[in-house]
Ligand binder design. Structure first.
Ligand SMILES: Nc1ncnc2c1ncn2[C@@H]1O[C@H](COP(=O)(O)OP(=O)(O)OP(=O)(O)O)[C@@H](O)[C@H]1O
Ligand SMILES: [Mg+2]
Length: 429
């Protein structure tokens, strides 16, 4: 273990624990008193305005502590609050009812109550131990020597008492080391406590999930309907029209074949051409439903082939330890195709890259470019379509594209993979 990073991390964490301790007592007490008073004053009517204002403050502070828990303790705490009813302004009874009915309001209060002593005790213990230990290291040898070694007890004799050098600083160093080692754990523990009351309850998580699933299901149904309409249009305007023309040409040729064999031959040649075009259009349509390259070469192969068709170099890396189901494969394929099309259309990039990985039950696919940035899912239809496509499989798209670039799109798609392809030799052997 490197000494300096350990000391640095310990010192920073200890300072943070002390800061939380300092915040906990006054802030929690003031917020608890305000909360209780604001609800008591509801009897007088003032509470209708006061309670929402105080809760705004409480939630702000809770947000700050959520941020600390994430940045300092490494614990992510989602916000559990229900969205406010539309048009319920502060002061309206509906707003007040919304607060009272939200269990998160009461869990916040409980958190404030418990958090005060927890924060205070952690901060105080850290501070006292650290000061005590540091004094042991720095000062006690001197004090100790004054008391035992000096002739009159007032002067410092030189050299200092060697025994005090060895024992007291050693104990002090141990205490300091304990603080340095323990402080990050203490931060984590405090964050865990915060998580237990500031995060959503499991039923709230389920409710949010149901909401999300309901929303994505509607989107999926819409997307499917749109896709069906597209296929219907493509068939109608493309292959269907060609086959009608083909039928007509053949009908005319049938009439002419005895009277004017030359003209009939001409018509048959036209019919063959039309049949070739119809076939080409059908092929293209099928390719749009499930690209054959995916069936043959899997996702990595398909994406590599796609990358090769681009007018700029695209580095493809990563492998999947197996194959996802065909619909998942094509969803990801088309999502990447749109992302790469955007790179070509909008980014002005000189190079792009694409990586695939499978982690914790989900495929992660990132598409990056070194272009101008500024991609936003709400301004066009392409990225919004990708979002819907992925949402159909409970997946998500993250767009990270600051002005000036670079742009990185991350697609996450939860799925199971089939067992890895067996090699031809073992399959036949
Ligand atoms: N890689 C990128 N680099 C820079 N800007 C991008 C990138 N990708 C997207 N954008 C910006 O984000 C906007 C939205 O992209 P989106 O794909 O949703 O729409 P579009 O490409 O303009 O239209 P469509 O995909 O419907 O043909 C684009 O108009 C473009 O300004
Ligand atoms: Mg686009």
């Amino acid at each position: 273990m490197k000494l300096w990073p350990f000391v640095r991390r310990g010192l920073i964490s200890a300072a943070r624990v002390v800061l939380i301790g300092v915040l906990s007592v006054p802030v929690h007490i003031v917020l608890i008193i305000l909360t209780v008073l604001s609800f008591v004053f509801t009897v007088l009517g003032v509470g209708l305005v006061l309670a929402p204002l105080v809760q705004l403050l409480v939630r702000r502070y809770a947000d700050l502590r959520r941020w600390m828990a994430r940045e300092w303790g490494g614990v992510d705490i989602p916000r559990p609050y229900r969205p406010p009813p539309a048009g319920a302004w502060i002061g309206s009874p509906r707003r007040w009812l919304w607060l009272v009915r939200d269990p998160a309001t009461w869990r916040d209060l409980l958190w404030l109550l418990g958090g005060a002593p927890i924060g205070f005790a952690s901060g105080l213990a850290t501070l006292v131990m650290f000061v005590y230990g540091a004094l042991g290291v720095l000062l006690i040898p001197v004090v100790d020597n004054l008391a035992s070694g000096g002739d009159s007890g007032y002067g410092v004799t030189w050299p200092l008492n060697p025994v005090s050098y060895l024992t007291v600083p050693f104990q002090g160093a141990l205490v300091v080391a304990a603080v340095l080692y323990g402080a990050p754990w203490l931060l984590w523990g405090i964050a865990k406590y915060d998580h237990s009351l500031l995060g959503p309850t499991s039923s709230a998580v389920l409710a949010q999930r149901v909401d999300r699933l309901t929303e994505t299901r509607t989107q999926v149904v819409d997307a499917q309907a749109a896709e069906l309409r597209r296929i219907e249009r493509d068939l109608h305007d493309g292959a269907q029209a060609r086959i009608v023309a083909l039928g007509m040409s053949l009908g005319m040729a049938e009439d002419l074949v005895v009277r004017d064999p030359a003209a009939a031959q001409q018509l048959i040649a036209e019919a063959r051409e039309a049949s070739g075009m119809a076939l080409a259009e059908l092929r293209q349509l099928v390719r749009g439903i499930h690209p054959p390259v995916l069936a043959e070469r899997g996702l990595t192969g398909g994406l590599s082939a796609l990358a090769l068709t681009l007018p700029l170099p695209v580095a493809v890396e990563g492998e999947l330890p197996g194959r996802p189901a065909a619909p998942v494969e094509s969803a990801l394929y088309f999502a990447v195709a749109e992302a790469l099309a955007n790179v070509v259309k909008h980014s002005g990039a000189t190079e792009a890259w694409l990586s695939l990985s499978y982690l914790g039950g989900a495929i992660y696919c990132t598409v990056g470019d070194d272009g101008v940035g500024g991609a936003a899912p709400r301004t066009g239809s392409g990225l919004a379509g990708v979002e819907r496509r992925l949402a159909a499989f409970d997946g998500a798209l993250r767009v990270d594209s600051p002005p000036g670039g670079p742009t990185v799109l991350t697609m996450e798609l939860p799925c199971v993979l089939s067992s890895p392809k067996t090699t031809p030799s073992s399959a036949t052997g």
